[in-house]
Design a protein around this ligand. Structure first.
Ligand SMILES: NC(=O)C1=CN([C@@H]2O[C@H](COP(=O)(O)OP(=O)(O)OC[C@H]3O[C@@H](n4cnc5c(N)ncnc54)[C@H](OP(=O)(O)O)[C@@H]3O)[C@@H](O)[C@H]2O)C=CC1
Ligand SMILES: O=CCCC(=O)O
Length: 381
């Protein structure tokens, strides 16, 4: 398992010499907005609105580091199989495979999914099925979520019987869904107001790596929670990065998936062009695989794209959502993204063709429709 701990915006070489808390404030903040007494570790009363047993901890420079709200947090413990109850909400393609690995590793797991049918295989493998996300969080020490999009992530966290309603000091919430930074920050604020800790941890890697326990976690948020859930992250993944304040993991994931989405459309166009000029698509896949642009994704998806079969590993609707979120991020920071915008248009076209639930490589079919439209147009001239 690769472990990389690197606060956002800090080059590796510069890390060792940086110790003052003020030097690792979140990017975009010129100074910490906490009171001076916090910097000096003077005891500060808890301001949590949630009734709980007051702790005796005082706030210190570590709390200042990520500008957390002034609430008590009970000490959190390291998760271990046979000792820690874990929760998992969102049993889709990814959630199913990830939960399976936690069960196989010996963790007790409580699960919930909107469509409860999807929990049945896990129940047979030893998971406990809860009636609501709140019940999961109440039963578990650490709850993971793997949900479709920002709307689902916010709803499952914040609704009346949502995860946050079941949290308390000493518990943690780890959202591994792909969402935007603002969504993540809103969930983090609600989690901390409940006295719990929050980690965003979107993953790189699809259905196969999820099944093999080889995901790559791009985490940010409460570093003590990152440390506490090292064991379950290691069960589900082959590498984990701690990138700093929440938002950094979400942004990293959107950057990676924006590149991936555009790579896939470019590859689909290449296969279409090759076919049009009488080249064998299988030969293109082989040539690409031997050269400088070889990529596991092309090797994996190429043959099924040539056969025009698209069993979903990464649903196309999620790839389009990621491009939409990446474009919004680019807009926010005034970074033009013309390639991503062009790719997004193709995924939108594919969704309109009814391919949202197919694998994202089905964008090939949007390319095919455009090809046919060009032929038709020429025929009419
Ligand atoms: N598949 C992949 O290769 C990868 C996916 N991701 C990301 O992981 C997340 C999940 O992806 P994946 O497992 O493939 O997707 P799926 O579509 O298979 O699963 C989506 C999950 O979200 C739940 N959900 C959706 N809307 C709601 C809602 N309003 N309220 C409650 N639950 C809801 C679904 O519940 P229900 O079953 O009831 O519909 C399901 O559990 C996405 O953010 C995706 O971008 C990240 C890396 C790789
Ligand atoms: O978000 C989905 C990512 C898929 C992958 O990394 O292969």
């Amino acid at each position: 398992m690769t472990l990389a701990i690197r606060p956002q915006g800090v080059a590796p070489a510069a890390l060792a010499s940086r110790t003052a808390p003020s030097s690792i404030l979140p990017r975009g903040k010129s100074s910490c907005d906490m009171t001076r007494s916090l910097h000096n570790s003077v005891p500060t009363p808890c301001t949590s609105a949630i009734p709980h047993v007051p702790c005796r901890r005082t706030f210190n420079a570590l709390d200042c580091r990520s500008c957390r709200p002034l609430i008590c947090r009970a000490t959190i413990t390291e998760a271990a199989p046979g000792k820690t109850v874990l929760g998992f909400v969102g049993i889709g393609i990814m959630g199913l495979a990830m939960t399976r690995n936690l069960l196989k590793a010996g963790f007790e797991v409580v699960v919930w999914n909107r469509n409860s049918e999807k929990c049945k295989p896990l129940e047979q493998e030893g998971a406990r099925v809860a009636a609501s996300p709140r019940e999961v969080a109440a039963a578990a020490t650490y709850t993971f979520a793997m949900l479709s999009d920002p709307e689902a992530a916010l709803d499952v966290a914040l609704r009346g019987d949502g995860v946050v309603a079941g949290l308390a000091p000493g518990k943690g919430y780890i959202d591994v869904s792909t969402v935007d930074a603002e969504t993540s920050r809103n969930i983090a604020a609600a989690v901390r107001a409940a006295g719990a800790t929050f980690l965003e941890a979107p993953v790189s890697g699809s259905k196969g790596p999820a099944e093999q326990g080889k995901l790559i976690f791009l985490t940010a948020g409460d570093q003590e929670l990152f440390t506490a859930v090292a064991a379950p992250l290691d069960v589900m993944g082959k590498a984990k990065f701690y990138l700093g304040t929440e938002g950094a993991g979400a942004n990293m994931k959107l950057v990676v998936n924006m590149v991936m989405g555009a790579m896939m459309t470019s590859f689909a166009e290449g296969l279409a062009l090759a076919d049009k000029v009488g080249l064998r698509q299988q030969d293109v896949i082989e040539v690409v695989g031997l050269g400088a642009i070889a990529a596991p994704m092309f090797a994996l998806k190429g043959p099924t794209m040539a056969a025009r079969t698209y069993n979903p590993a990464f649903p196309l609707k999620h790839q389009q959502k990621d491009l939409r979120l990446a474009l919004a991020l680019g807009d926010e920071v005034e970074q033009p993204l013309p390639m991503a915008a062009a790719a997004n248009a193709l995924y939108i076209a594919a969704r309109r063709q009814g391919l949202g639930d197919m694998d994202f490589s089905a964008v090939m079919e949007a390319v095919a429709v455009q090809q046919q439209a060009a032929v038709n147009e020429k025929g009419q001239q």
